[in-house]
Design a protein around this ligand. Structure first.
Ligand code: UD1
Length: 432
C-alpha cells in the first residue's frame, strides 16, 4: 500500500485550485439514472470514490464517456452518463462495501423502475451510520421495504406517492435519496427538517435543470411536485468546501498564506469565522479565498460540529490539529458521529496534548512542537489531519493507508508541493 512521506517545518505559500466536490458529485452521478437522456457533469474531481460510483453505474447499464476538460484554466474531467434502460437494479455488496454512498442509487432506481436491491451498508470507522431514515421515508411514499440476506429489497406498485415527510434527524444522505425519489413520484412531496448542505442545493439545481419541480432550495423544507419524466442536462459540480477548508487549515497551521482558487465563502462561513476568531486573516475575492496566518500567534477556540450552516463534521479532525498550535485550550465537540476521534491516539504519538471525554468531546491544548512519526488513520478526513500534523512536526512523518486520502483529495501531493510542502508518495513498488 502507498504511503505519504512529509518533512515538516515549511511555511506554505501560493495558490491551490479547489476541485469539484466529491460529496456533490456522488449524488449528481446517481441523478443521471432518473432519465434515459444524457446527463453531463463538468468539473468532476479525479478520485477513487468517483471511479467506484462509475463502476457501479456501468454495472447497472449506464453508458459513461470520459473527457479531459479545463475549468477556469485547470485540468478536470467531464463525464457524460446515459441510461436508456437499466440492465440491473441491484447494487451488490462488493460495490457498497467499498463506498457507502452507493446507496444513492436507491431513490432513482426505485422511482424510475419501481424496484431496487441494495446491499445494506454496514457501520464504518466513524460510527454505526444506519439507513433507517432513508428506508422509513420511502415506505411513507408507498414503497415496500424488506431486509433479507444483508440486502434491502425495495419495490413499489405503480409510482411512489407524494406525501409530507419530517426527517427525525437531519441527514444529508436521506435528503438526497428522497429528493431524487420524489422527482418522479405522483403528486407533491414535502421534505421537512431536510439537510441544507450546499451539495443538496447542487443536486436540486441539476434536478430542476432536468425538468424536476423543486422549490425551497437552500432551506430545510423542500417541496417537490412530481413529474412523469425527466430529461438530460449539463451541470458544473460546485467547489469542494471540505477540500477548501482542509487547505485553509494547512495555511493557518504552517503560518503561511494560501489563495484557495474557486472556493466559495458562503459554503464555509462557520469554519472561516473560527479561523478569524483564532487570529487568521481571511480575504474573499470574487473567485477565491485568501487565508493568511503569516507572523501571527493564534488563540484556541471551541468548536462544535452541526449540520450546515454549522461547523462541518468533515473538518473537525483538521481543526482539532490546528488547535494544537494555538495558545490555550480548545474544546472540540462532535455531535454528528459517535466515533470521530480516532485520529487522537495517533496525534498523541506525535506529542499532542489532547484529552478525549467519552465519545463526544476533546480538550486540545497548544503544544510547543510535534515530532514526526509513522502514523495511520481509519478514515478520509482523519488521514488529512495527520498530513497537517506532519506539515508542522519536527522531522519525518509517514502517513500509511493512503487509499483513504485518494478517496477524497484530488492530486494531494501535487497541490501541497505547489505551495512549498516537502511531501512525496512512496509507492508500494518503491519499497523493498
Ligand atoms: C454525508 C457525507 C459525509 C458527512 C455527513 C455529515 C456524503 C457522501 N457523505 O454522510 O461526508 O460527514 O454527511 O455531514 O455526502 N443517520 C441515521 N439514520 C439514517 C441516516 C443518518 O441515524 O438513515 C444519522 C447518522 O448516523 C449520523 C447523522 O444521522 O449520525 C447524519 O448522517 P448523514 O447526514 O446521513 O450522513 P451521510 O449522508 O452518511
Amino acid at each position: 500500500m502507498d504511503k505519504i512521506k512529509i518533512i515538516g517545518g515549511k511555511k506554505l505559500k501560493g495558490k491551490i485550485y479547489i476541485s469539484g466536490a466529491k460529496n456533490a458529485a456522488l449524488p449528481l452521478i446517481c441523478a443521471s439514472l432518473l432519465t434515459e437522456d444524457t446527463v453531463t457533469l463538468t468539473n468532476m474531481p479525479m478520485l477513487s470514490d468517483i471511479k467506484a460510483m462509475n463502476a457501479l453505474l456501468t454495472q447497472l447499464g449506464t453508458q459513461i464517456d470520459e473527457f479531459n476538460d479545463f475549468v477556469d484554466g485547470h485540468p478536470t474531467k467531464t463525464y457524460s452518463y446515459r441510461t436508456p434502460q437499466a440492465t440491473s437494479l441491484t447494487a451488490d455488496y462488493d460495490y457498497v462495501r467499498k463506498m457507502r454512498a452507493s446507496y444513492y442509487v436507491l431513490g432513482p432506481l426505485l422511482t424510475r423502475y419501481g424496484k431496487c436491491e441494495l446491499s445494506l451498508p454496514g457501520g464504518c470507522a466513524i460510527g454505526a451510520r444506519p439507513m433507517d431514515i432513508h428506508l422509513s421515508s420511502l415506505e411513507q411514499m408507498g414503497a415496500h421495504i424488506e431486509i433479507k440476506n444483508g440486502y434491502v429489497h425495495a419495490s413499489v406498485d405503480g409510482r411512489l406517492k407524494g406525501c409530507k415527510i419530517t426527517f427525525r434527524t437531519v441527514s444529508v444522505g436521506a435528503t438526497c435519496n428522497l429528493l431524487m425519489a420524489a422527482t418522479l413520484a405522483e403528486g407533491t412531496t414535502i421534505l421537512e427538517n431536510s439537510a441544507m448542505e450546499p451539495e443538496i442545493g447542487d443536486l436540486a439545481t441539476l434536478l430542476n435543470d432536468m425538468g424536476a419541480k423543486i422549490s425551497g432550495i437552500g432551506t430545510s423544507v423542500l417541496t417537490i411536485e412530481g413529474v412523469e419524466k425527466l430529461h438530460g442536462a449539463t451541470h458544473k459540480v460546485i467547489a469542494d468546501r471540505i477540500e477548501a477548508g482542509s487547505y485553509a487549515v494547512a495555511a493557518a497551521i504552517t503560518r503561511g498564506k494560501i489563495e484557495l482558487i474557486n472556493a466559495q465563502e458562503w459554503t464555509l462561513s462557520r469554519p472561516l469565522q473560527i479561523l478569524k476568531d483564532m487570529g487568521v486573516s481571511i480575504e474573499t475575492t470574487p473567485h477565491s479565498i485568501i487565508v493568511d496566518a503569516q507572523d501571527r500567534d493564534l488563540v484556541g477556540k471551541d468548536i462544535m460540529t452541526e449540520p450546515f450552516p454549522g461547523f462541518p463534521t468533515d473538518l473537525q479532525a483538521q481543526f482539532l490539529v490546528l488547535m494544537l498550535t494555538a495558545k490555550g485550550a480548545s474544546m472540540v465537540t462532535e455531535t454528528i458521529f459517535e466515533n470521530r476521534f480516532m485520529h487522537v491516539p495517533e496525534l498523541l504519538r506525535m506529542g499532542a496534548d489532547i484529552n478525549v471525554h467519552g465519545h463526544a468531546s476533546a480538550i486540545v491544548r497548544g503544544v510547543e512542537k510535534l515530532s514526526g512519526a509513522q502514523v495511520m488513520a481509519t478514515d478520509l478526513r482523519a488521514s488529512f489531519a495527520l498530513i497537517l500534523a506532519g506539515l508542522i512536526a519536527e522531522g519525518t512523518t509517514i502517513v500509511n493507508r493512503v487509499y483513504h486520502l485518494d478517496r477524497g483529495y484530488e492530486k494531494l501531493e501535487e497541490k501541497l508541493k505547489g505551495v512549498g510542502a516537502l511531501i512525496e508518495r512512496i509507492k508500494e513498488s518503491d519499497e523493498e
